[in-house]
Design a protein around this ligand. Structure first.
Ligand SMILES: *Cc1c(COP(=O)(O)O)cnc(C)c1O
Length: 480
């Protein structure tokens, strides 16, 4: 048996590369990363043709390893070429962000040290760091120290956590579900509807409140709808407002909605996955006033704090509400809350063992400080307004309202023919060209183009290039 163990040990020890091997791998990976970063200004932002990553299958998972050069070559042509390049400053579709460099270093260190960030006892430092970041975020949106939160993988999971907490706080279960009313608008992100389904609330009543000309919830109509529902014996329960919709970046009237929620005693949830962090800059702070009135809020560091994907957050103002819905030892709840210095993520989320996400956020915030984040966010807001203004100067383009945050909607109105078809062709041309990436949406039945300024690498020259390309493509399509 000892012989057998020794034979196995020899093979198993390949999992423990020595210092030379580590240095070689790190050198190759660093060189790859440097090339990737240096290429960003010239690389296409979208590649829709070719093999689309199929070459990965030519190198199946097998008994023997391959060398790092071969592995990186596979990565380069199959993963890092086809599709979107969301690190580009010319990525202006959906909701950009960009992936800050120190966040990658944070992930690297988190993976090397593998601290157990789920439970305070296992890694008090990791848990303190994550809770410190969540308290910082709480301060950003005006929540008290006594709030609690969780670093999630994204906004969708964060919305689910907020809605589950609201459900339990109001004991929406059994026969109550069919009578419980949720107030939202058609502009709410689809992850809210998904979260309601996942939370077992498929049959609750969804009341879509009309929006105004800027796609913001009409607070007067909200108050009327609640009164009507109360009169007819339903149970108004939850208001979901958007601090920056995905479609148009519109911010609902948060303070007015907060007044209504307080007067009617409803749970007020804000989806600020896209927009909440804009409050770090003075332009954003004005429009986002009232976030502090909510009971729960979602914010996505992988959007407007420019982190790599996999970083969302949920905050709940009354910490025991989040805890009651997610802890795994309900019997000691009150005492535990009083006794422990720091709540553990495992008691505030569905997860137990989890990625130590705090480090990828802490390191960039500490190395850069807040000032460049504030400047970048304000710059993006002004760039969206600049685009909104400039595109109107090109003959034939029509725009939506002035952006609340950093999303502008627009379309070209051809002198003849169908506008929807023309704009579909226009966006296809832009995607095929690949120099810039803008996306589209449907608003009031119209196919419209969106420009979302949000990648930290996006600056004035990228917006000017986008304007030139739009002009050029309309011209190519025989319309200017
Ligand atoms: C992006 C977004 C979401 C979903 O967040 P993910 O991080 O993609 O899961 C939810 N709400 C809004 C307003 C968003 O912009």
């Amino acid at each position: 048996m000892i012989n057998q163990i020794k034979v196995l040990e020899e093979v198993a020890r390949r999992l423990e590369p020595g210092a030379d091997q580590r240095a070689l791998w790190l050198e190759k990976v660093t060189a790859y990363a440097e090339n990737f970063i240096n290429d960003i200004p010239n690389a296409p932002v979208y590649i829709g043709d070719g093999e689309q990553g199929r070459g990965l299958f030519d190198s199946p998972i097998s008994e023997e390893g391959i060398d790092i050069e071969t592995a990186l070559a596979l990565l380069k042509c199959n993963v890092d070429r086809p599709g979107l390049n969301p690190t580009s400053g010319r990525f202006l579709g959906y909701i950009p962000g960009g992936a800050l460099y120190p966040a990658a270093l944070g992930d690297y260190l988190a993976a090397i040290t593998n601290r157990y960030a789920g439970v305070f006892f296992a890694s008090p430092g990791a848990v303190r760091m994550e809770n410190m970041l969540l308290r910082w975020m709480a301060g950003v949106v005006g929540y008290p120290e006594s709030s609690a939160g969780n670093l999630t993988s994204g906004g969708s999971v964060a919305n689910l956590a907020g809605i589950v907490t609201a459900r339990d706080a109001y004991q929406i279960e059994g026969a109550e579900v069919g009578r419980a009313v949720v107030y939202l608008t058609e502009q709410v992100h689809h992850s809210v509807g998904k979260a309601l389904r996942l939370a077992g609330l498929r049959s609750c009543v969804k009341r879509f409140i009309p929006v105004d000309a800027r796609y913001r919830m009409d607070a007067g109509a909200l108050a009327e709808a609640i009164a009507t529902d109360k009169r007819s014996g339903l149970q108004p329960w939850l208001i979901v407002a958007s601090a920056g919709t995905t479609n148009t970046g519109s911010v609902d009237p948060l303070a007015a909605i907060g007044d209504i929620a307080a007067a009617e005693q409803l749970w007020f949830h804000i989806d600020g996955a896209y927009g909440a962090f804009f409050t770090l800059c003075s332009e954003g702070q004005k429009i986002l006033a009232g976030m502090d009135r909510s009971d729960s809020i979602v914010m996505d560091p992988h959007k407007t704090l420019f982190l790599p994907y996999g970083s969302g957050a949920v905050l709940v103002k009354e910490r025991q509400k989040l805890y009651s819905s997610h802890n795994h030892q309900a019997d000691y709840m009150q005492d535990a809350l009083a006794a422990v210095e720091e709540l553990s993520p495992a008691d505030l989320s569905p997860e137990l063992t989890k990625h130590f996400k705090g480090l990828r956020l802490w390191l960039p915030l500490k190395l850069f400080g807040l000032a460049p984040f504030r400047a970048a966010l304000e710059e993006k807001m002004l760039l969206a307004r600049y685009f909104h203004h400039k595109i109107q100067e090109i003959d034939g383009f029509e725009t939506g309202p002035e952006p609340d945050l950093a999303v502008a909607i627009y379309r070209y109105l051809p002198k003849r023919g169908d506008a929807n078809k023309f704009n579909q062709r226009l966006i296809k041309e832009i995607h095929q060209d690949g120099r810039v990436f803008v996306s589209s949406t449907v608003i009031d039945g119209n196919f419209v183009l969106r420009l979302a300024v949000g990648a930290y690498r996006t600056h004035l020259a990228d917006i000017d290039l986008t304007l030139d390309i739009l002009k050029e493509k309309v011209n190519d399509l025989g319309m200017l």
